[in-house]
Design a protein around this ligand. Sequence first.
Ligand SMILES: *Cc1c(COP(=O)(O)O)cnc(C)c1O
Length: 458
Amino acid sequence: MNKIPYKIYVEEKDMPKAWLNLKAYMKEQHDPFLNPATLKPCTADELRPVFCDAVVEQELNCTDKLIEIPEGIREFYFMYRPSPLCRAYFLEKALDTPAHIYYKFEGNNTSGSHKLNSAIAQVYYAKQQGITSLTTETGAGQWGTALSMACAFYGVDLKVYMVKVSSQQKPYRKEVMRTYGAQVIPSPSDTTQVGRKILEEFPETGGSLGCAISEAVEVAVSTPNCRYVLGSVLDHVLLHQSVIGLESKVALDKYGVKPDIVIGCCGGGSNFGGLIAPFMAERLEGKTNTRFIGVEPASCPSLTRGKYAYDFCDTGKMTPLARMYTLGSGFMPSPNHAGGLRYHGMSPIISKLYHDGYIEAKSVEQSKVFDAATLFARTEGTFPAPESSHAIRAAIDEALKCKESGESKNILFGLTGTGYFDMAAYMAYNDGKMNDYIPTDADLVPGFNSLPDIEQNR
Ligand SMILES: *Cc1c(COP(=O)(O)O)cnc(C)c1O
């Protein structure tokens, strides 16, 4: 067999024509979303005022294994996809490991991350439905940027609630979004009821994703012809992100490579869910024994230290209740440098697969993540996002285990984005000023106390 190239190309004609709906492969579904008022499973009718119709249908679809990607979305995908699937030869050499390391790099578009994959789909469906404006939240800014690009492309207005600490750390992000035509508002803000309430209670807060979600949802439900779009967590976002895994599989199949371990960083779980989709489907069908590792920051450890409980997806308690691994919607994470991973909960699909033993989870400290990021940048050349570097850390650790045992495993990890907008983080690391804050058990108590006191949680 030919030597595996540094970068495996996938031709346009071989790119996925349908997304993979992992739920259709799962033996048991995750618990249903609940309406917080009635505590009954949410119906499509209850979700439609918040989300677009097509997206609601996808959210509730547990039966179709494949869902066609509309041509209008594929056309946009062709502009920046396929994303590169690389063999990390130089990293392998630096580690002196017998492991074969592959990574799928999603940072090759202007938004700098995988989030564009779902942004373009969601705006396409909104436009089709005649929606004229959208609202959203953004943490580190990648989702807001991706959505701004998508809204500019399809001609839809956009209001972005940006977590305040991120908007201060990343003023240039804001300008990218404004250039694409979005209005950017630091959250919590005084433009919504929920924002004003949070500001009253915590005037000094740097904000959180959950809180920005609440503001965006409030505006969506109170503005005519406006909808809310979410960049992670929900099932339809994982569905759109399956393009990452499907493309990876096409590339690896060209060389007959089967991954033994698939690794991704976990914020809300969308890139990880998308990357693992086709490989997890095979495992659920009993065809493989692939291991899956989700990696999260030690400062926001929803999988590794959270509770599997019904919780609100947002701080303002406006969204449906989802059963997931969560630190509680009242959990206020410390302002660490992986903004995209500062979310209190976790995708219900990922949570269920983790609960049922199909996924392993691991949490890592910030400075160890940046050690890995630095080694990766110096060997492979690409400048990684702090979020993505959680996956790099775990991939390196697995490769080092292979070195000890002498086993040659195939490791695939998701490199979700570039770190160009994370200079404050790299500066702190390079100056030796990065702290590895890990919440104590006592620190987690207020978040757990914020879990809804309902029968399902007792
Ligand atoms: C948003 C983001 C993440 C985390 O989000 P998921 O939904 O867990 O994928 C990871 N990496 C980057 C670069 C991001 O922008």
